[in-house]
Design a protein around this ligand. Structure first.
Ligand SMILES: [Zn+2]
Length: 357
């Protein structure tokens, strides 16, 4: 295949977004797009380029006082009659237009066209963000080459509709179990019904008042919800076991241990086990490159409510935020699209921030 990422395409973030969208790259099938990106970067004299699996990293080494990361994932969710891209007026439709090839286009465009950025820059183009964490390119690099991720500040170019979304909430999944004693339902007084026992768990959840926390001017709104319930043996048996899966989304001022302690307090008296947890990330807007980034954007940041790869950087002590042109509400949507004007605005913002003083 001839590389569609020609110099003319690389010079224009809009054309580049479209070219990237038109290289199919559903998770675990990123080889073709990673090959194209790697070939481009290896041809750029001011960059040193590395590859790990289908994750490509390129960096400047100008001896600047600070290093920043610009990162985007190359993969998309499965196609849904939305490939290749189409244009309708000022909107570009197609799988990955919003999440997040328009963001990837920023990083690739700047990598190629900005030989002398104000900070040293590490550009990441990584695989498998949309699926299980064990395949995630940033996770794999953090395991194999943690030094590649060293930086003072990171921008993940995920869709935020041009707004700065800082930090992210943590998420904890747990299972609350109620137990009872089995009996024939015709003689139910011999048993104890575990599903009835779940009533108290659900009452505590519906009465629960979630916290709102403000950190560095960003508002985080917590939530605790039953997301699944299971129990029952047969149509004529008093059940002896009921499991309620509870998802707790917690603000980044709480560690996973504190989140678990809080869950145990809420469900005091019940058996509870934590099945999965991902720590949140504080917004970390105090670092100098972060402050300068916010000045370039010129609008107040908001707290990110979902979990994103921002937390991977936070776990390494690197403040990180999300900033991209796509509309997050359109991510994974069959009508996924991006506004051309948003692509151009965000590209100008990043250029203002990174261009030499
Ligand atoms: Zn994404």
């Amino acid at each position: 295949m001839e590389n569609p990422l020609t110099p003319e395409v690389l010079a224009d973030p809009v054309a580049l977004t479209r070219a990237l969208v038109d290289i199919e790259s559903v998770s675990l099938h990123e080889k073709a797009i990673a090959d194209c990106v790697e070939e481009v970067l290896r041809g750029v004299p001011h960059l040193t380029t590395f590859r790990h699996g289908n994750t490509v990293m390129a960096r400047t080494d100008l001896g600047r006082a600070s290093r920043v990361v610009l990162a985007g994932h190359l993969d998309t969710v499965p196609l849904n009659n939305n490939f290749p891209s189409t244009m309708r007026g000022d909107l570009m439709y197609g799988c990955g237009t919003s999440d997040m090839k328009s963001g990837v286009a920023y990083a690739l465009h700047l990598a190629v066209t900005l030989p002398d950025p104000r900070y040293d820059v590490t550009y990441f183009f990584y695989e498998a963000e949309e699926i299980e964490s064990k395949y995630n390119g940033l996770f794999l690099v953090a395991e194999a080459h943690p030094e590649w991720l060293q930086a003072d500040f990171a921008v993940l170019l995920e869709p935020t509709y041009g707004i700065v979304e800082a930090g992210c909430q943590g998420t904890m999944r747990s299972v609350v179990t109620t137990t009872g004693v089995r009996a024939h339902s015709a003689r139910s007084w011999h048993g104890v019904n575990a599903i009835h026992g779940a009533g108290e768990v659900l009452r505590r959840l519906s009465a629960y008042e979630a916290r709102r926390v403000t950190i560095d001017g960003c508002d985080y709104r917590e939530g605790m919800n039953a997301v699944r319930i299971s129990g029952g043996v047969a149509g004529n048996v008093v059940p002896d076991r009921c499991e309620i899966e509870v998802n707790y989304r917690f603000a980044p001022d709480r560690t996973p241990a504190e989140a678990e302690a809080h869950l145990r307090e809420v469900f005091d008296g019940f058996e509870l086990r934590v099945t999965d947890v991902a720590a949140g990330a504080a917004p970390g807007l105090e670092a100098a490159p972060a402050k300068e980034f916010l000045a370039a954007v010129g609008a107040a940041p908001i707290g990110k409510l979902g979990w994103t790869d921002v937390a991977r950087f936070a776990a390494m002590g690197i403040p990180a935020l999300n900033f991209g042109p796509g509309d997050p509400n359109l991510a994974h949507h069959p009508d996924e699209h991006v506004e051309i004007g948003k692509i151009r605005d965000g590209a100008a913002t990043l250029h203002r921030w990174l261009a030499p003083a």
